[in-house]
Write a protein that binds this ligand. Structure first.
Ligand code: UDP
Length: 326
């Protein structure tokens, strides 16, 4: 299999490249390095520093590459930032993806695995969330991802471009060689582990008055290696002629913010002070996935679903890379 991976220098993208190379696939990475890291690239994969909005070079790369499929990670993904700067999200996530889809069409590439998100649902109707629940994104980030799913459905109907859209819940953990490193960190587990390392004084708990057993938000944390294996399964599904599909990727287990902090205290053996803070706008109280469809349709089989294992792997990464990829 010859795959083009956009965003392959990012967190989930680099762990997926690692998995593709491990099974012997031929991998080319396209990344503009705006949020990715050159240190996350692999020598075994070709690398092209290109911005998806530069349609000329994108079209040229795809036309010459003889790719069987594209895995498309390259996007911005911060909910809060998308609220304060929606143009940035529309331009990159929407216009960038359309540029990629058009280049795929011109090159005759007919399979795409797409990074989508639980943010496409908005406030869930019931738990666990199944893919047939209504999609009412509560922020521009979720909106861009849902819009692109719909655009790909139209491209499938008109041009036969098949997609596997994977709606991630909360990615966490690390592989042996790659981990989570955001220049502006907003995610719970890395922030808690930074507090464990003494790099920040405490963890702020955004909202302690939610209607949940301990008053804090509940999320479904999924190991980044399990996310990566889902991309490989989705590639194989499309290569075998599978029709377009949208699948949730989560564990089906919800953990509250306080529970996550407590597990981090146990794994790290450090006190990790936590303080209550006001709610973060746009945070639903509970997000927990049903991943039954991913198991049935694409044959996904997650292996690292224990939150302790997820935190242990994240902790190993943060301890051994206190300055990330620097
Ligand atoms: N959260 C928190 N303190 C932080 C960062 C996150 O209490 O410093 C909460 C956040 O409000 C949410 C959960 O932790 O309920 C997971 O947030 P994260 O940003 O990791 O992922 P999201 O669910 O937004 O994709």
């Amino acid at each position: 299999m010859k795959a083009l991976v956009t965003g392959g220098a990012g967190y989930i993208g680099s762990v997926t490249v690692e998995a593709l190379l491990a099974r012997g696939d031929n991998v080319t990475v396209l990344d503009n390095l705006s949020t990715g890291h050159s240190g996350a690239l692999f020598a075994g994969a070709d690398f092209h520093q290109i911005d998806l909005l530069d349609t000329g070079p994108v079209t040229k790369l795809l036309a010459a590459g003889d790719f069987d499929a594209v895995i498309h990670f390259a996007a911005f993904s911060l909910v809060g930032e998308s609220v304060s700067d929606p143009e940035k999200y529309m331009r990159n996530n929407v216009c960038g993806t359309i540029s990629l889809l058009n280049a795929m069409r011109a090159a005759g590439i007919r399979s795409i695995v797409f990074s989508s998100t639980a943010a496409t649902y908005g406030e869930p109707r019931s738990l666990p969330i199944t893919e047939d629940q209504p999609t009412l994104p509560a922020n521009p980030y979720g909106l861009t991802k849902r819009f692109m799913e719909q655009a790909m459905e139209a491209y499938d109907a008109a041009y036969g471009l098949r997609m596997a859209s994977l709606r991630y819940f909360n990615a966490a953990g690390a592989s042996a060689a790659r981990g989570e490193e955001h220049r502006c960190e907003t995610h719970l587990i890395p922030l808690v582990l930074q507090a464990a390392l003494g790099k920040r004084e405490n963890v702020r708990i955004y909202g302690t008055d939610y209607r949940t057993p301990d008053g804090t938000c509940i999320r479904d944390y999924i190991h980044v290696e399990d996310l990566a294996s889902a991309h490989l399964a989705a590639l194989d599904y499309l290569a075998a002629g599978g029709e377009s599909v949208i699948c949730n990727l989560g564990n089906g287990n919800g953990f509250s913010v306080r529970e996550v902090i407590e597990v981090c205290r146990q794994i790290t053996g450090r006190p990790i002070p936590a303080v209550g803070a006001s709610r973060r706008p746009g945070d639903p109280a509970r997000l927990v996935a049903s991943s039954a469809r991913a198991r049935e349709k694409i044959g996904w089989n997650p292996a690292k679903y224990d939150l302790r294992v997820i935190v242990e792997d994240a902790w190993r990464w943060h301890r051994t890379h206190p300055n990330g990829y620097e």
